[in-house]
Design a protein around this ligand. Structure first.
Ligand SMILES: Cc1cc2nc3c(=O)[nH]c(=O)nc-3n(C[C@H](O)[C@H](O)[C@H](O)COP(=O)(O)OP(=O)(O)OC[C@H]3O[C@@H](n4cnc5c(N)ncnc54)[C@H](O)[C@@H]3O)c2cc1C
Length: 388
């Protein structure tokens, strides 16, 4: 087989890149390890920056998102039973859209099908070869060994995929911070407790009230890394959540059975460079953020923007500048999203080794944010997304 761009990974990064390139007349083949149902069953991100929304529109897959997504022009921050609002519209004249990653992925798969895009599911043994010469990917599918020749490879295969590992160790630099807690999340078919997200810092730990649609809510509480979802009954989860959010929110919280319950560890991670020869890393393959700033999926989208425009310049205008500067441009934005996610995580969580002094500093930071317009603008600008 031969294609112009081989894309490893059929998550949101790989599918969005494939769809955008196909619309620009550039051929792709997407190789995905899992079945489509498995990919669509993963419950993950749900807050989209305007940059992401615009890319979905450019890719021609925005119809359902525009009809069903919730525009949020602010968010609530709570601590010690107090709460204040960050007004995105006032500080940035911008907003975010709440629309689940599962729905984004479903829309992208439907669009790939409608355009006759090639997505091969159930591949294994994926290997990237001759990255600084004539690149090709080998893999196993239906018990047969296959070879895919290409001009470029987009490594969109998430944190555990093989693409990042294909960059030699003497070239690759990795930066990592692992946080000493996780997030226990549940999804329930209940109306959200508020029209806006509530980020809560309580003495019992962090909590987040968020939603996917008018009758689907996503709630999280900070938990120990040694916890397992089975340790938490639904009742124990709801009781703990209510203790961590302001009383008026707790009073109006509608609870119900969880339809999904999972624990995600929190990590900050960046690999540099994001290009090696013909290989370009995108999304979780290159970087991870703790979900506190809602940046995971959005940083994936900004990588796709830079790579897509670079590939269009290369194929349609015979100009390699976009590809040559891909790693530098993508990383410049990534590190700012890393900083914001790290800062939000530090502001809102309880750390096991936190001293009384550290807690006072956290509280001072929250009060400063509550009272200071400039500090709110900084948060709002980062939350709605820095420009590409
Ligand atoms: C549990 C969890 C919860 C999250 N919650 C949030 C959140 O609340 N907010 C937020 O902003 N972000 C969240 N994120 C992050 C966000 O979901 C990711 O940033 C986003 O999925 C990145 O998209 P991606 O396409 O780069 O990677 P992925 O979605 O990981 O997709 C990679 C794809 O590559 C495939 N793959 C892997 N290995 C191979 C292989 N060897 N061969 C072929 N294919 C392969 C995988 O099956 C997968 O489909 C969460 C992530 C996780 C794991």
């Amino acid at each position: 087989m031969r294609t112009q761009v081989a894309i490893i990974g059929g998550g949101p990064s790989g599918l969005l890149l494939s769809q955008l390139l196909h619309k620009a007349g550039i051929e792709t083949v997407v190789l995905e390890r899992q079945t489509r149902d498995y990919v669509l069953g993963r419950i993950r991100a749900g807050v989209l920056e305007t940059g992401f929304v615009n890319l979905m529109r450019e890719a021609g897959v925005a119809e359902r998102m525009d009809a069903e997504g919730f525009v949020h022009d602010g968010t609530l921050i709570a601590y010690d039973n107090e709460q204040f609002r960050i007004d995105f519209a006032k500080h940035t004249n911008n907003h975010v859209v709440v629309y689940g990653q599962t729905e984004v992925t479903r829309d992208l798969y439907n669009a790939r099908d409608a355009m006759g895009g090639t997505v091969i599911h159930g591949v294994s043994d994926v290997e990237l070869n001759d990255l600084t010469g004539k690149p090709y990917v080998t893999f196993t599918h239906d018990g047969q060994s296959k070879r895919l020749d290409c001009d470029f490879i987009a490594g969109c295969d998430g944190f555990h995929g093989p693409s990042r590992q294909a960059i030699p160790l003497d070239v690759r630099r990795e930066y990592e911070k692992v946080y000493p807690f996780g997030w226990l999340g549940i999804l329930s078919e209940t109306p959200p407790v508020d029209d806006e997200l509530i980020y809560a810092n309580s003495e019992r730990g962090f909590a987040l009230c968020s939603m996917r649609n008018a009758n689907l809510s996503r709630y999280y509480v900070q938990c120990s890394l040694s916890d397992s979802p089975d340790d938490w009954t639904d009742q124990a989860f709801w009781d703990e959540l209510k203790r961590r959010i302001p009383e008026d929110a707790a009073d109006k919280l509608i609870t119900g059975p969880s339809i999904e319950k999972s624990i995600a560890p929190l990590r900050s991670f960046v690999t540099e460079p994001m290009r090696y020869g013909a290989l370009f890393l995108c999304g979780d393959a290159a970087h991870i953020v703790p979900p506190t700033g809602a940046k995971g999926l959005n940083t994936a989208a900004s990588d796709i923007h830079y790579l897509y425009t670079g590939l269009v310049q290369h194929y349609l205008h015979n100009d390699s500048n976009g590809l040559d500067t891909y790693s530098q441009k993508a990383l410049s934005r990534i590190w700012k999203a890393e900083r914001f996610s790290w800062w939000m995580t530090n502001l809102l969580h309880r750390f096991p080794d936190q001293s009384a002094f550290d807690i006072k500093m956290q509280r001072a930071d929250l009060e400063f944010l509550r009272d200071n317009d400039a500090a709110q603008t900084v948060l709002a600008e980062n939350y709605v997304g820095l420009p590409y």
